[in-house]
Design a protein around this ligand. Sequence first.
Ligand SMILES: Cc1cc2nc3c(=O)[nH]c(=O)nc-3n(C[C@H](O)[C@H](O)[C@H](O)COP(=O)(O)O)c2cc1C
Length: 196
Amino acid sequence: MKPIVSDEGLEILFRKARTHHTWRPQPVTDEELRALYDLVKWGPTSANSSPARFLFLRTPEAKQRLKPALSPGNVEKTMSAPVTAIIATNYHFYEKMPKLFPHNPAMAENFAKNSKMAETTAYRNGTLQGGYFILAARAHGLDCGPMSGFDNAKVDAEFFPPDVKSNFLCNLGYGDESKLFPRNPRLHFDEVCKLL
Ligand SMILES: Cc1cc2nc3c(=O)[nH]c(=O)nc-3n(C[C@H](O)[C@H](O)[C@H](O)COP(=O)(O)O)c2cc1C
């Protein structure tokens, strides 16, 4: 099967893309962050719910607010990254559904009445959008350093209103390839896939 994305594109998005921990001194501009979101937003979510929210920490002051919540091993790489994104989820995402799903006005009400379904939908689709975020960043030539090693409750108290909760963090910038660890293997098709 011949991919319709070029082989070079696949290397950039998947095969050669690495998780970075050390950053070259090249800034990430606000225009790059806007262009990144303008791709992320097109990734599919159930009922177009689009529950992910993105907070970009670009200044030393903003990073200092995050620092007390970080696991020790994540402090240096985060403080030195040009940008740290907090990928969060709005658990009241359905309030925007009159805009996002206008042909079915009952959908917002269904979620508002069923908090378990709303929670599952928010977490599933917010996490998917986090994956789209990593691939969109790579498509723009940015390197990523995703992290779950932090205190979510501390981050939420510091940065968000009650209906928004952090999912994971993602450092963004231009990585220093000379500092990468050897890459770990992945599972083979036969270990994880079944054909019925
Ligand atoms: C959601 C998520 C959370 C992660 N959390 C951390 C973390 O807290 N600290 C860290 O150093 N690496 C973290 N990683 C990095 C992974 O270990 C890394 O992406 C994985 O080993 C693959 O590395 P590679 O992209 O270089 O092949 C995280 C990755 C993801 C996707």
